[in-house]
Write a protein that binds this ligand. Structure first.
Ligand SMILES: [Zn+2]
Length: 426
């Protein structure tokens, strides 16, 4: 976006292109520190070199010198771009095609069938329109789960930054081998790390990935030093399956020709089972985490695992609400994701934040904004993002807000701003 569209330009020297820009607004929300009233963020070649009250910044620097530009954004908030830590862009083609069912596994069956009916052209169209939607809403960093690798190239061509988690699914030996080869072929034909979109591994869920396959994933070079994502403790049926076996899940796996007749229930909760597999840890993003006991929450805390909530998806699929207050009380790092357009109406992180605030009003808006920025960036291993701190390179947003005098700025941002008129500061 040209500077002229972002705010009033004070310094009008046209050339050369400014190397240092001063972005001034009535409010700066650094996330990692308290909000600043009447503040300035100083950027130099895309790096944040300072942030503070206008008076202090203007005494320290000279924003009208050569190669500098002061941009007055006016009334509103400058904050880091949003982070959607869990979505499935390649399922965007299913938007409106699969209605949530009373039964979670009936929904999964319909999802699989509908996905098979989507052409590659529809998949690609869905990915591109979702990328557009994410950027329009101010999401700059994304954790995308992919079964085919279809989203890698469109993401690398876009302005989004993030990770594509290539998802492993394999419950019987034959399926594990097929799936592993398929993942290896995606990685073999795709540069592992390129243009800010890096590849990682994900496992679908404890009921679709065998214990043996977890160990293979664990030993993979893609697992080493990279974030790892897994849907965990989402539906009550998943917990039943692991504690005593479930006919619904067994029949789903049988229909997919993926059932292992030698399998016996580990008689553990999903979280305790994953812990036993050695999968939990500070690089693991546990997505959903609805069906958990207090002991499970202690395991997540001790292992420093990240929890990614998708509250609207959970509501739409009728699986319940994750105990978010308990997670926060235990100091667990909680981030937010929209999940796919198959289980959610849109990919708006603003809507996700507002929904969470509505159903759990005891959580502060500041905590929710942290989930949608800094905690998401930490979970995705992109530590340059998520907060306005010296040395970081995160793209920034400006959200216009009026009549904020005397109000909590984080509340005003969620309830009144709602992401309307988001402008990028690049
Ligand atoms: Zn998901």
């Amino acid at each position: 976006m040209p500077y002229s569209e972002m705010g009033k330009k004070i310094d009008d020297s046209p050339e050369p292109i400014p190397q240092r820009t001063f972005h001034k607004a009535t409010h700066i929300l650094p996330i990692s520190s308290p909000p600043i009233y009447d503040g300035i963020v100083v950027l130099e070649n895309g790096t944040i070199i300072d942030v503070g009250p206008s008076e202090f910044i203007l005494q320290t620097y000279n924003p009208v010198q050569e190669h500098s530009l002061l941009v007055e954004h006016g009334e509103g908030v400058i904050l880091p771009c949003l982070v959607n830590a869990h979505t499935h862009l390649e399922l965007s083609c299913l938007s409106g095609k699969v209605s949530p069912k009373a039964d979670f596994f009936s929904w999964i069956k319909e999802l699989i069938q509908a996905r098979q009916r989507c052409s590659q052209e529809e998949v690609e169209k869905g990915i591109l329109s979702s990328i557009k939607e994410l950027l329009k809403e101010g999401t700059g960093l994304v954790g995308d789960v992919s079964n085919t690798g279809s989203s890698i190239l469109p993401l690398r061509k876009s302005n989004l930054i993030g990770r594509v988690f290539i998802e492993a699914i394999g419950f019987c030996h034959q399926k594990e081998r097929e799936n592993q080869k398929f993942i290896e072929s995606i990685v073999a034909h795709t540069p592992f790390e390129e243009k800010d979109i890096t590849l990682s591994l994900a496992a679908h869920a404890p009921y679709t990935v065998s214990s043996r396959y977890f160990q293979i994933l664990h030993n993979s070079f893609m697992y080493k030093d990279n974030p790892f994502s897994i849907h965990l403790a989402e539906s009550p049926e998943e917990a039943i399956f692991l504690s005593q076996g479930s006919e619904k899940i067994t029949s789903l796996l049988m229909e997919r020709d993926a059932w292992d007749p030698d399998w016996v229930p580990p008689r553990k909760t999903p979280v305790a089972y994953l812990f036993q597999q050695g999968i939990l840890g500070s690089r693991t993003i546990c997505v959903h985490v609805v069906q958990v006991s207090d002991e499970d929450i202690d395991i997540l805390m001790r292992t420093k695992s990240h929890v990614c909530l998708c509250p609207r998806s959970n509501h739409n699929l009728g699986v319940g609400l994750a105990p978010v207050e308990k997670f926060l009380q235990k100091g667990i790092s909680v981030c937010l994701g929209t999940d796919s357009l198959n289980s959610n109406t849109d990919l708006s992180m603003w809507q996700e934040m507002m929904y969470l605030k509505k159903i759990v009003p005891s959580i502060s808006s500041a905590q929710i904004l942290k989930m949608a920025t800094l905690s998401g960036a930490m979970a995705l291993g992109k530590t340059d993002f998520g907060s306005i701190e010296v040395g970081k390179h995160t793209p920034l947003l400006f959200v216009p807000l009026i009549n904020t005098c005397g109000k909590d700025i984080e509340d005003a941002l969620l309830f009144e701003g709602q992401g309307r008129g988001v402008q990028w500061i690049l």
